[in-house]
Ligand binder design. Sequence first.
Ligand code: GLA
Length: 393
Amino acid sequence: MTVRDLIDRALRHAARTLGGKADVVARGPGRVNLIGEHTDYNSGLALPFAIGQATVVAVRERTDDLVIVCSDQFREPVRLRLDQIHPGQVPGWAAYPLGALWGLLGAGVPRDRWRGFEASFVSDVPSGAGLSSSAAIECALLVALDDLWGLGLDSAALAAAGQRGENDVAGAPTGVLDQTAVLNGRREHAVLVDARSGDVELVPLRLACAGLALAVVDTGVSHAHSTGGYAARRASCERAASQLGVTSLRELGVEDLAAASGPLRAEDARRVRHVVGENARVLETVDALSVGDLDRVGGLMTASHMSLRDDFEVSCPELDLAVEASLAAGALGARMTGGGFGGSAIALVREADLEAVETAVRSAFDRRGFGPPRVFSVQPEDGAAVVIPADSR
Ligand code: GLA
Protein backbone atom coordinates (compact mmCIF):
# COMPACT_ATOMS: atom_id res chain seq x y z
CA MET A 1 0.00 0.00 0.00
CA THR A 2 1.38 3.47 -0.87
CA VAL A 3 1.82 6.10 1.84
CA ARG A 4 -1.04 8.10 0.27
CA ASP A 5 -3.38 5.06 0.32
CA LEU A 6 -2.57 4.37 3.96
CA ILE A 7 -3.17 8.00 4.94
CA ASP A 8 -6.50 7.99 3.09
CA ARG A 9 -7.46 4.79 4.91
CA ALA A 10 -6.46 6.40 8.21
CA LEU A 11 -8.58 9.48 7.50
CA ARG A 12 -11.61 7.33 6.61
CA HIS A 13 -11.12 5.27 9.79
CA ALA A 14 -10.70 8.46 11.82
CA ALA A 15 -13.89 9.94 10.37
CA ARG A 16 -15.80 6.90 11.69
CA THR A 17 -14.07 6.61 15.05
CA LEU A 18 -13.09 10.09 16.26
CA GLY A 19 -15.63 12.53 17.69
CA GLY A 20 -14.74 15.10 14.97
CA LYS A 21 -11.93 16.19 12.65
CA ALA A 22 -8.39 15.09 13.49
CA ASP A 23 -6.01 17.79 14.72
CA VAL A 24 -2.81 16.02 13.67
CA VAL A 25 -1.94 12.94 11.60
CA ALA A 26 1.42 11.14 11.80
CA ARG A 27 3.06 8.08 10.28
CA GLY A 28 5.42 5.57 11.95
CA PRO A 29 6.97 2.88 9.73
CA GLY A 30 7.99 -0.66 10.61
CA ARG A 31 11.64 -1.68 10.28
CA VAL A 32 13.87 -4.54 9.28
CA ASN A 33 17.28 -5.00 10.82
CA LEU A 34 19.88 -5.67 8.13
CA ILE A 35 22.37 -6.88 10.73
CA GLY A 36 23.21 -6.37 14.43
CA GLU A 37 20.79 -8.53 16.41
CA HIS A 38 20.55 -8.72 20.21
CA THR A 39 23.30 -6.13 20.43
CA ASP A 40 21.28 -3.03 21.41
CA TYR A 41 20.72 -3.96 25.07
CA ASN A 42 24.43 -4.82 25.22
CA SER A 43 25.34 -1.21 24.29
CA GLY A 44 26.25 -2.52 20.85
CA LEU A 45 25.81 -1.77 17.15
CA ALA A 46 22.99 -2.44 14.71
CA LEU A 47 22.12 -1.50 11.14
CA PRO A 48 18.34 -1.41 10.65
CA PHE A 49 16.22 0.55 8.20
CA ALA A 50 12.65 1.85 8.15
CA ILE A 51 10.33 0.18 5.60
CA GLY A 52 7.29 1.29 3.60
CA GLN A 53 4.77 -0.61 5.75
CA ALA A 54 3.58 1.77 8.44
CA THR A 55 1.07 2.79 11.08
CA VAL A 56 -0.79 6.05 10.63
CA VAL A 57 -2.45 7.72 13.60
CA ALA A 58 -5.02 10.52 13.55
CA VAL A 59 -5.25 12.40 16.85
CA ARG A 60 -7.99 14.73 18.05
CA GLU A 61 -7.74 16.79 21.21
CA ARG A 62 -10.43 16.49 23.89
CA THR A 63 -11.45 19.10 26.40
CA ASP A 64 -11.57 16.59 29.29
CA ASP A 65 -9.03 14.17 30.78
CA LEU A 66 -10.02 11.08 28.81
CA VAL A 67 -7.78 9.18 26.43
CA ILE A 68 -9.46 6.91 23.88
CA VAL A 69 -7.39 4.76 21.51
CA CYS A 70 -8.82 2.61 18.77
CA SER A 71 -7.37 0.64 15.88
CA ASP A 72 -8.64 -1.01 12.72
CA GLN A 73 -6.96 -4.22 13.94
CA PHE A 74 -8.56 -4.54 17.38
CA ARG A 75 -12.30 -4.46 17.94
CA GLU A 76 -12.68 -2.62 21.23
CA PRO A 77 -11.46 0.93 21.79
CA VAL A 78 -9.66 1.46 25.11
CA ARG A 79 -10.77 4.42 27.28
CA LEU A 80 -8.84 5.60 30.32
CA ARG A 81 -8.50 8.79 32.33
CA LEU A 82 -5.06 10.36 32.09
CA ASP A 83 -4.43 9.63 35.77
CA GLN A 84 -5.08 5.91 35.16
CA ILE A 85 -2.10 5.54 32.82
CA HIS A 86 0.40 3.57 34.89
CA PRO A 87 2.30 0.30 34.45
CA GLY A 88 -0.02 -2.63 35.08
CA GLN A 89 -3.19 -0.66 34.32
CA VAL A 90 -3.29 -0.43 30.54
CA PRO A 91 -4.99 -3.40 28.86
CA GLY A 92 -3.92 -5.30 25.72
CA TRP A 93 -2.53 -3.54 22.63
CA ALA A 94 -3.17 -0.12 24.21
CA ALA A 95 -0.04 -0.74 26.30
CA TYR A 96 2.00 0.31 23.24
CA PRO A 97 0.50 3.74 22.51
CA LEU A 98 -0.33 4.55 26.13
CA GLY A 99 2.99 3.11 27.31
CA ALA A 100 4.66 5.61 24.96
CA LEU A 101 2.59 8.39 26.54
CA TRP A 102 3.68 7.19 29.97
CA GLY A 103 7.28 7.11 28.69
CA LEU A 104 7.07 10.86 28.07
CA LEU A 105 7.28 11.36 31.85
CA GLY A 106 10.93 10.24 31.65
CA ALA A 107 11.50 12.68 28.77
CA GLY A 108 10.60 15.59 31.06
CA VAL A 109 6.95 15.93 30.03
CA PRO A 110 5.03 15.92 33.33
CA ARG A 111 1.39 14.91 33.64
CA ASP A 112 0.23 18.53 33.90
CA ARG A 113 1.30 18.99 30.27
CA TRP A 114 -0.84 16.05 29.15
CA ARG A 115 -4.27 16.70 27.65
CA GLY A 116 -7.10 14.27 26.89
CA PHE A 117 -7.16 13.00 23.31
CA GLU A 118 -8.58 10.40 20.96
CA ALA A 119 -6.25 8.49 18.66
CA SER A 120 -7.31 6.32 15.75
CA PHE A 121 -4.70 3.92 14.30
CA VAL A 122 -4.52 2.03 11.02
CA SER A 123 -1.56 -0.10 10.04
CA ASP A 124 -0.22 -2.34 7.32
CA VAL A 125 2.75 -3.53 9.40
CA PRO A 126 2.01 -7.19 10.12
CA SER A 127 1.94 -7.69 13.89
CA GLY A 128 4.02 -10.41 15.56
CA ALA A 129 6.15 -10.59 12.39
CA GLY A 130 9.34 -9.12 13.87
CA LEU A 131 8.91 -5.90 11.84
CA SER A 132 8.35 -3.60 14.85
CA SER A 133 4.62 -3.07 14.56
CA SER A 134 4.76 -1.95 18.20
CA ALA A 135 7.47 0.69 17.68
CA ALA A 136 5.52 1.91 14.63
CA ILE A 137 2.49 2.55 16.88
CA GLU A 138 4.56 4.15 19.66
CA CYS A 139 6.56 6.42 17.37
CA ALA A 140 3.58 7.50 15.25
CA LEU A 141 1.78 8.63 18.41
CA LEU A 142 4.89 10.22 19.93
CA VAL A 143 5.60 12.40 16.89
CA ALA A 144 1.90 13.33 16.74
CA LEU A 145 1.82 14.38 20.42
CA ASP A 146 5.17 16.14 20.10
CA ASP A 147 3.62 18.28 17.37
CA LEU A 148 0.20 18.72 19.00
CA TRP A 149 1.62 19.71 22.40
CA GLY A 150 4.62 21.62 21.01
CA LEU A 151 7.09 19.50 23.01
CA GLY A 152 10.12 19.97 20.74
CA LEU A 153 11.66 16.62 21.72
CA ASP A 154 14.50 15.20 19.63
CA SER A 155 14.45 11.68 18.20
CA ALA A 156 16.64 10.27 21.03
CA ALA A 157 14.14 11.49 23.65
CA LEU A 158 11.18 10.15 21.65
CA ALA A 159 12.92 6.78 21.15
CA ALA A 160 13.65 6.53 24.87
CA ALA A 161 9.99 7.31 25.68
CA GLY A 162 8.82 4.53 23.36
CA GLN A 163 11.32 2.06 24.79
CA ARG A 164 10.39 2.97 28.37
CA GLY A 165 6.72 2.42 27.65
CA GLU A 166 7.44 -0.93 26.04
CA ASN A 167 9.61 -2.00 29.01
CA ASP A 168 7.45 -0.74 31.86
CA VAL A 169 3.89 -0.75 30.53
CA ALA A 170 3.93 -3.51 27.87
CA GLY A 171 6.37 -5.58 29.97
CA ALA A 172 8.85 -6.39 27.16
CA PRO A 173 12.49 -5.81 28.25
CA THR A 174 13.53 -4.65 24.76
CA GLY A 175 16.32 -2.27 23.74
CA VAL A 176 16.15 0.98 21.77
CA LEU A 177 16.89 -0.44 18.30
CA ASP A 178 13.35 -0.45 16.93
CA GLN A 179 12.34 3.06 17.99
CA THR A 180 15.68 4.47 16.80
CA ALA A 181 15.24 2.87 13.37
CA VAL A 182 11.61 3.95 13.10
CA LEU A 183 12.37 7.57 14.07
CA ASN A 184 15.60 8.05 12.11
CA GLY A 185 14.92 6.08 8.93
CA ARG A 186 15.69 7.75 5.62
CA ARG A 187 14.83 6.67 2.08
CA GLU A 188 17.78 4.80 0.48
CA HIS A 189 19.68 4.66 3.79
CA ALA A 190 20.23 2.26 6.63
CA VAL A 191 20.62 3.61 10.16
CA LEU A 192 23.83 2.75 11.99
CA VAL A 193 22.79 2.68 15.65
CA ASP A 194 25.42 2.86 18.39
CA ALA A 195 23.53 2.03 21.57
CA ARG A 196 26.53 2.97 23.76
CA SER A 197 27.07 6.53 22.54
CA GLY A 198 23.51 7.06 21.33
CA ASP A 199 24.97 8.13 17.96
CA VAL A 200 22.96 7.50 14.84
CA GLU A 201 24.55 7.63 11.39
CA LEU A 202 22.87 7.26 8.01
CA VAL A 203 24.57 4.76 5.71
CA PRO A 204 23.65 4.90 1.99
CA LEU A 205 21.82 1.73 0.91
CA ARG A 206 20.59 1.99 -2.67
CA LEU A 207 19.45 -1.56 -3.21
CA ALA A 208 17.41 -0.87 -6.34
CA CYS A 209 20.33 0.96 -8.03
CA ALA A 210 22.44 -2.15 -7.45
CA GLY A 211 19.72 -4.34 -9.00
CA LEU A 212 18.99 -5.85 -5.60
CA ALA A 213 15.98 -6.32 -3.38
CA LEU A 214 15.57 -7.30 0.23
CA ALA A 215 12.94 -10.02 0.45
CA VAL A 216 11.06 -10.45 3.72
CA VAL A 217 9.72 -13.90 4.56
CA ASP A 218 7.11 -13.58 7.29
CA THR A 219 6.99 -17.13 8.64
CA GLY A 220 3.64 -16.55 10.33
CA VAL A 221 5.14 -17.87 13.58
CA SER A 222 4.06 -15.25 16.07
CA HIS A 223 6.39 -14.23 18.89
CA ALA A 224 6.13 -11.94 21.91
CA HIS A 225 9.09 -10.47 23.73
CA SER A 226 7.13 -9.99 26.95
CA THR A 227 7.43 -13.71 27.61
CA GLY A 228 10.34 -16.09 28.03
CA GLY A 229 13.30 -16.30 25.73
CA TYR A 230 14.11 -12.65 25.07
CA ALA A 231 14.40 -11.78 28.76
CA ALA A 232 16.45 -14.94 29.39
CA ARG A 233 18.96 -13.95 26.67
CA ARG A 234 19.24 -10.47 28.10
CA ALA A 235 19.80 -11.84 31.60
CA SER A 236 22.48 -14.18 30.29
CA CYS A 237 24.37 -11.28 28.65
CA GLU A 238 24.12 -9.13 31.78
CA ARG A 239 25.31 -11.99 34.00
CA ALA A 240 28.30 -12.59 31.70
CA ALA A 241 29.22 -8.89 31.64
CA SER A 242 29.13 -8.69 35.42
CA GLN A 243 31.20 -11.88 35.82
CA LEU A 244 33.76 -10.49 33.38
CA GLY A 245 33.84 -7.15 35.20
CA VAL A 246 32.76 -5.02 32.22
CA THR A 247 29.89 -2.53 32.14
CA SER A 248 28.54 -4.15 28.96
CA LEU A 249 29.57 -6.73 26.37
CA ARG A 250 30.42 -3.82 24.07
CA GLU A 251 33.68 -3.51 26.03
CA LEU A 252 34.84 -6.82 24.54
CA GLY A 253 36.38 -7.40 21.11
CA VAL A 254 36.74 -10.60 19.12
CA GLU A 255 40.34 -10.82 20.38
CA ASP A 256 39.07 -11.05 23.99
CA LEU A 257 36.79 -14.02 23.37
CA ALA A 258 39.18 -16.85 24.17
CA ALA A 259 40.11 -15.41 27.57
CA ALA A 260 36.54 -14.28 28.30
CA SER A 261 34.97 -17.69 27.85
CA GLY A 262 37.07 -19.26 30.67
CA PRO A 263 35.13 -18.08 33.73
CA LEU A 264 31.70 -18.31 32.10
CA ARG A 265 29.23 -21.16 32.00
CA ALA A 266 29.20 -22.69 28.49
CA GLU A 267 25.82 -21.30 27.52
CA ASP A 268 26.70 -17.73 28.56
CA ALA A 269 30.01 -17.99 26.67
CA ARG A 270 28.08 -18.82 23.49
CA ARG A 271 25.78 -15.82 24.02
CA VAL A 272 28.84 -13.58 24.47
CA ARG A 273 30.48 -14.99 21.33
CA HIS A 274 27.35 -14.05 19.34
CA VAL A 275 27.16 -10.49 20.67
CA VAL A 276 30.85 -9.72 20.24
CA GLY A 277 30.95 -11.27 16.76
CA GLU A 278 27.76 -9.47 15.76
CA ASN A 279 29.14 -6.04 16.68
CA ALA A 280 32.15 -6.77 14.47
CA ARG A 281 29.89 -7.95 11.63
CA VAL A 282 27.94 -4.67 11.75
CA LEU A 283 31.14 -2.67 11.23
CA GLU A 284 32.25 -5.02 8.46
CA THR A 285 28.87 -4.61 6.77
CA VAL A 286 29.18 -0.81 6.85
CA ASP A 287 32.64 -1.19 5.35
CA ALA A 288 31.42 -3.59 2.64
CA LEU A 289 28.54 -1.24 1.77
CA SER A 290 30.93 1.70 1.47
CA VAL A 291 32.80 -0.10 -1.31
CA GLY A 292 29.67 -1.59 -2.88
CA ASP A 293 30.64 -5.19 -2.03
CA LEU A 294 27.15 -6.65 -1.74
CA ASP A 295 28.37 -10.25 -1.91
CA ARG A 296 30.31 -9.63 1.28
CA VAL A 297 27.23 -8.05 2.88
CA GLY A 298 25.31 -11.20 2.00
CA GLY A 299 27.99 -13.41 3.56
CA LEU A 300 27.92 -11.36 6.76
CA MET A 301 24.12 -11.66 6.95
CA THR A 302 24.32 -15.42 6.65
CA ALA A 303 27.08 -15.59 9.27
CA SER A 304 24.86 -13.53 11.56
CA HIS A 305 22.04 -16.02 11.12
CA MET A 306 24.25 -18.97 11.98
CA SER A 307 25.45 -17.23 15.10
CA LEU A 308 21.87 -16.43 16.15
CA ARG A 309 20.84 -20.01 15.42
CA ASP A 310 23.74 -21.84 17.06
CA ASP A 311 25.20 -19.52 19.70
CA PHE A 312 22.33 -17.23 20.69
CA GLU A 313 19.64 -19.87 20.01
CA VAL A 314 16.82 -17.51 19.07
CA SER A 315 15.95 -18.93 15.66
CA CYS A 316 13.26 -21.54 14.94
CA PRO A 317 12.81 -24.22 12.23
CA GLU A 318 10.70 -21.94 10.01
CA LEU A 319 13.31 -19.14 10.09
CA ASP A 320 16.11 -21.61 9.39
CA LEU A 321 14.20 -23.07 6.46
CA ALA A 322 13.47 -19.60 5.02
CA VAL A 323 17.21 -18.84 5.17
CA GLU A 324 18.30 -22.19 3.70
CA ALA A 325 15.76 -22.12 0.86
CA SER A 326 16.62 -18.49 -0.03
CA LEU A 327 20.34 -19.25 -0.15
CA ALA A 328 19.79 -22.40 -2.23
CA ALA A 329 17.74 -20.33 -4.71
CA GLY A 330 20.56 -17.80 -5.19
CA ALA A 331 20.21 -15.19 -2.42
CA LEU A 332 23.47 -13.35 -1.66
CA GLY A 333 22.75 -13.77 2.04
CA ALA A 334 19.86 -14.36 4.42
CA ARG A 335 19.13 -14.19 8.13
CA MET A 336 16.38 -13.90 10.68
CA THR A 337 15.57 -10.28 11.55
CA GLY A 338 14.35 -8.88 14.88
CA GLY A 339 14.27 -10.66 18.21
CA GLY A 340 13.55 -14.12 16.79
CA PHE A 341 11.56 -17.08 18.18
CA GLY A 342 9.38 -16.59 15.08
CA GLY A 343 8.70 -13.52 12.97
CA SER A 344 10.51 -12.83 9.72
CA ALA A 345 13.67 -13.67 7.82
CA ILE A 346 15.25 -11.36 5.24
CA ALA A 347 17.17 -12.31 2.11
CA LEU A 348 19.39 -10.11 -0.04
CA VAL A 349 18.44 -11.06 -3.56
CA ARG A 350 19.22 -9.96 -7.15
CA GLU A 351 15.98 -8.55 -8.55
CA ALA A 352 16.14 -11.14 -11.33
CA ASP A 353 16.15 -13.95 -8.72
CA LEU A 354 13.33 -12.59 -6.57
CA GLU A 355 10.62 -14.78 -8.03
CA ALA A 356 12.77 -17.92 -7.86
CA VAL A 357 13.57 -17.23 -4.20
CA GLU A 358 9.90 -16.70 -3.38
CA THR A 359 8.88 -19.91 -5.17
CA ALA A 360 11.66 -21.89 -3.49
CA VAL A 361 10.70 -20.64 -0.01
CA ARG A 362 7.01 -21.35 -0.58
CA SER A 363 7.58 -24.88 -1.80
CA ALA A 364 10.10 -25.63 0.96
CA PHE A 365 7.50 -24.54 3.55
CA ASP A 366 4.87 -26.63 1.85
CA ARG A 367 7.11 -29.73 1.77
CA ARG A 368 7.86 -29.40 5.50
CA GLY A 369 4.18 -28.97 6.32
CA PHE A 370 4.63 -25.37 7.55
CA GLY A 371 1.83 -22.85 6.88
CA PRO A 372 2.34 -20.62 3.81
CA PRO A 373 4.73 -17.71 4.47
CA ARG A 374 4.09 -14.12 3.33
CA VAL A 375 6.88 -12.98 1.02
CA PHE A 376 7.37 -9.35 -0.06
CA SER A 377 10.27 -7.03 -0.69
CA VAL A 378 11.20 -3.83 1.13
CA GLN A 379 13.44 -0.82 0.49
CA PRO A 380 14.73 1.74 3.01
CA GLU A 381 12.09 4.44 3.49
CA ASP A 382 11.68 7.61 5.55
CA GLY A 383 11.17 7.38 9.29
CA ALA A 384 8.30 8.57 11.49
CA ALA A 385 6.94 12.04 10.74
CA VAL A 386 3.89 14.22 11.00
CA VAL A 387 1.95 14.11 7.71
CA ILE A 388 -0.79 16.64 8.57
CA PRO A 389 0.56 19.07 11.19
CA ALA A 390 -1.45 20.56 14.03
CA ASP A 391 -0.84 24.12 12.79
CA SER A 392 -2.64 23.35 9.52
CA ARG A 393 -5.97 23.34 11.41
C1 GLA B 1 13.53 -6.78 19.36
C2 GLA B 1 13.76 -5.66 20.36
C3 GLA B 1 15.01 -4.84 19.99
C4 GLA B 1 16.22 -5.74 19.77
C5 GLA B 1 15.85 -6.89 18.82
C6 GLA B 1 16.97 -7.89 18.71
O1 GLA B 1 13.20 -6.26 18.10
O2 GLA B 1 12.65 -4.79 20.38
O3 GLA B 1 15.27 -3.90 21.03
O4 GLA B 1 16.74 -6.20 20.97
O5 GLA B 1 14.69 -7.59 19.26
O6 GLA B 1 18.04 -7.32 18.04
